[in-house]
Design a protein around this ligand. Structure first.
Ligand code: PMP
Length: 297
């Protein structure tokens, strides 16, 4: 039988120390499982070094804050824990998954009185869409699901709750023969993919949606800095879907997706053009040798 995510060798950091992988567990009556009091991060490791580790742990803290709970470990304690996970599992190129959730002390809706738990797992994980997706691109289909209004969800948090829609949209896109879904915002503007932000290249400038109903990704900010450093203009605005017809290039940005060229949306084709290539090459260099000019602090 093949290895599952629960049944494998290695070490997971949980609530203050490393535990053997198979012993990293939570109770079935955890508040996080029933009421989605759960936030997480995805961090890539390149050559044994986690990329923008502190930024991700800062966002984990702020995501928990948006959901009304506080993490029992500081950002620097989480940074040190992540490095322990990288070393214990001998991760060279891989992925880290910090997750925090409210425990099983109470079952009341408000989670006061519940202990907050934190775990960090890590594993080798090269590419989301396969090793050649960066060169050949991926195809998106617009989803019937939309990102919520900020009045309907804590949209700035990287919270597990938002990923039920991501999962449904992703599964429907795959069934329809696409690689991933493109979601619109609650106002019908372009929003993002199921796990990455969206960038359109129009008249040589980068156009990217204002993140007012979904995650303001760290990779998107790195891409924007790389673009500005190359003399390109970056415009954040509410983008109607009809603007896709005017776009010369389309790409996605995300920790796991990296800079992912998009070659079609709903059957309309886009080339992998010079701007996408420039940002992609810049990002590939950046993750292995971070430069001061794109550091986000
Ligand atoms: N949107 C969603 C829904 C995501 O899951 C991600 C991945 N974390 C992103 C955008 C991109 O965020 P980042 O660049 O910080 O990984």
């Amino acid at each position: 039988m093949s290895e599952t995510f629960a049944d494998r060798d290695g070490w997971i950091w949980q609530d203050g120390g490393l535990v053997p992988w198979r012993q990293a567990r939570l109770h079935v009556l955890s508040h996080g499982l029933h009421y989605a009091s759960s936030v997480f991060e995805g961090i890539r490791v390149y050559g044994g070094e986690p990329f923008l580790l502190t930024e991700h742990h800062r966002r984990l803290h702020s995501s928990a804050g948006h959901l009304g709970f506080a993490l029992p470990f500081s950002v620097s304690e989480l940074d040190a824990a992540a490095r322990e996970v990288v070393a214990a599992n001998r991760i060279d190129d891989g992925y880290l998954r910090p997750v925090a959730w409210c425990g099983s002390d109470t079952m009341s809706l408000g989670d006061e009185g519940n202990h907050v738990h934190v775990a960090i797992a890590g594993w080798p994980w090269p590419n989301v869409f396969g090793p050649r997706a960066g060169e050949v691109g991926i195809r998106l289909g617009t989803s019937a699901w939309r990102r919520p209004s900020p009045a309907c969800a804590p949209v700035a948090a990287k919270a597990a709750a938002h990923y039920s829609v991501s999962s449904l949209a992703h599964a429907a896109a795959k069934r329809a023969g696409y690689d991933d879904a493109l979601l619109l915002s609650h106002t019908g503007h372009l929003a993002e993919a199921t796990g990455a932000n969206l960038v359109l290249v129009m008249d040589g400038a980068l156009h990217t949606p204002i993140c007012d109903g979904f995650l303001d990704g760290i990779t998107r900010r790195v891409a924007a800095r790389l673009a500005r450093r190359a003399g390109l203009t970056v415009i954040e605005r509410h983008i109607p879907p009809t603007d896709l017809a005017r776009a010369a290039e389309v790409f996605l940005t995300g920790t796991a997706y990296e800079i992912q060229p998009v070659t079609a949306v709903d059957g309309v084709d886009f080339p992998i053009g010079p701007v996408t290539r420039l940002i992609r090459e810049g990002y590939t260099a950046e993750v292995r040798a971070p430069s001061e000019s794109v550091v986000l602090r």
